[in-house]
Design a binder for this molecule. Sequence first.
Ligand code: BES
Ligand code: ZN
Length: 655
Amino acid sequence: MKFYIIAFLIFTSFGVDIDKNTFSNYREVKMQHLHIEWLLNLRSKIIDGSAEYTFKVTTAELKEVHLDIYQMEIKYAYYPNVGKVLDWHVESDPKQSLVQGDKLIIKLGQSYKYGDIFQLRIKYQIGEAARALSFMSIEQTDDKKAPYLFSQCEANNCRSMIPLQDTPSIKFTYSATVLTQDSQINVFMSGLPVKNNKFALMEQYNMNGIAKIFQFELNIKIPAYLIAIVAGTVQEKATSQRTSVISEAKNIDIYQKELEDLDKYVKYLEDYIGEYKWGFYKIVILPASFPFGGMENPLLTFANPSIIVGDKSGVSVAIHEIAHSWFGNTVTCNNWSNMWINEGFCVFLERKGLLQLFGEIDYVYVNSQVGTKEMNALIKEFNSSTDPVVKSYASLHPITEDHNADDSFSTIPYERGYQLLFYLESVISEIKFQQLLKDWLRQNEYQSADENDFYNFMIVWIKSNFTIEQFLAIKQQIDTVYTKWIYDTGSPPVKLGFINDASIQATDLAEDWLSSRPGEQPQGFEIFNQFKSNQKQLFLSYMQEKYTNLNTITMKQLDLSYNLSDNKDAELLFRWYTLSIQTKYATTNTNLNKIRTFVGKIGRMKMINPIYKALDKNTAQTWYNENKNFYHPLARQSIENIIKSKSQYVNVELL
Ligand code: BES
Ligand code: ZN
């Protein structure tokens, strides 16, 4: 008997990818439901919070609950029904405290058995040290009427706003009560708004100071990183029965117009993958300091205003976030080393949607090629590192242990993951692969999975959908590449170029400029103005690859020909500005000031990090100091790291 139990334990834990970025004992006890209650004091940038947990025991004997926390003040823990106060303490490793946070240990005062369900409450307070939260002052808002708050929990930042099991392998339903002290402030969370008083208050408040109470719930299980909140003078405008846009008043009409086809985008994806099961789809256009292009909070995508270009060229970000409703939010990676289970699959579905939007596969492949270029450059950079951790970032399975999982974040899980799926599709055919993905979703609905789960699923699927001869041939083909694609840090084992007429137009024009005589425009240079945004991006990204062949005279000619320094499309601007610094064009032209303004107006890391990387240390430090207050805590952290890693003397100083 003992042997069988041991054998069972060995077999079940073997191959199970454990989340190394949580301090919680999530394999012994699992959160089933979370209810939070927050009193927002946005003027003093403080939130009084309470959390109630419903836990289910999954071990033989449980005496303690361990939760993730980051820079918060725990007041007390207690059993809600009897009010019994529990002993707790924080176990803190000084090396980890500001990296991944600390472990909160709650002694249960009794032992629970396998299958037991119990509830627990914690009262706590958070403030500006909460790295998920951006507290903005009135002056920093568009409407200038009230302070503003928004969250960004992915990857491991939820633990800075709620003590919990901060791992994508634990999914739970949640509900919330949010109390505000300013009647102008409106609150939205990643769930459904419910009528006031559905949930009784857990704490007592002086009701004179309370202006409004908002309540939300989400009855679909989600991981912690999908909890989200926005509070400010924000309002909602519908774009269809099930879709809407939320933002401050100032630009809401512009946003509503640009995103008027949201419903259509949801339908494009439903066409490929099946019904959208979350109900509403709302998109919040946040202040420009939002550190990402978009974030797929369920029912409530967050987006940076840089996606609103005026010609709808930025809506692919919205399509990407909608695609997460299936890949990421329905099937989720079970730890951050296999994030491609979210992002790679999501990009694959996004590009199925883009095919319907663009109408021609060529234009979709332009995106794939821009992505591939960025991926190749990164693989080269990471793979040449002597640090095994950094080296692993070139693979689809980065090492995240002891690190902030965000450190491994790059375009690699997106593009290397997309390419793997693209290749697998080419092996088993488009029709079959579409069915395989639908079945993968159904089988793993509201659960978490990793690359081994996908491999095992795929092999079984192929076996039952092909003849045995076909199966054996396909399996062999897949086995030749799968592990390499995931774990190798060099280029993927199959080279995919995505070259086509639309991309050749862009790269040929770039070549013509690179070989043009200084001061001269190549023949037919005007074609650029007819390019789609993604062709222009490819043009610039091709130039970036070969920037050493560009001189400042040609740069100036490019700028005059295409009005690049004053472009409205931030996807083009950040590439052009980075190129301007790399080629030293920025030193000889007033566009240095334009770049300086740009990094003060936009806080999206993808767009400002490359600029900070290209700058010399002193200029980077000066510009960063100017804008530190504007940036989100996550952006601050990453720019500080960029500056720290610069040597003082490499580049010519600009200022
Ligand atoms: N989930 C990501 C954003 C993210 C990733 C936040 C990792 C924190 C940690 C989101 O879906 C995303 O990929 N956004 C992209 C948009 C894109 C690829 C179209 C972005 O922000 O640029
Ligand atoms: Zn994504």
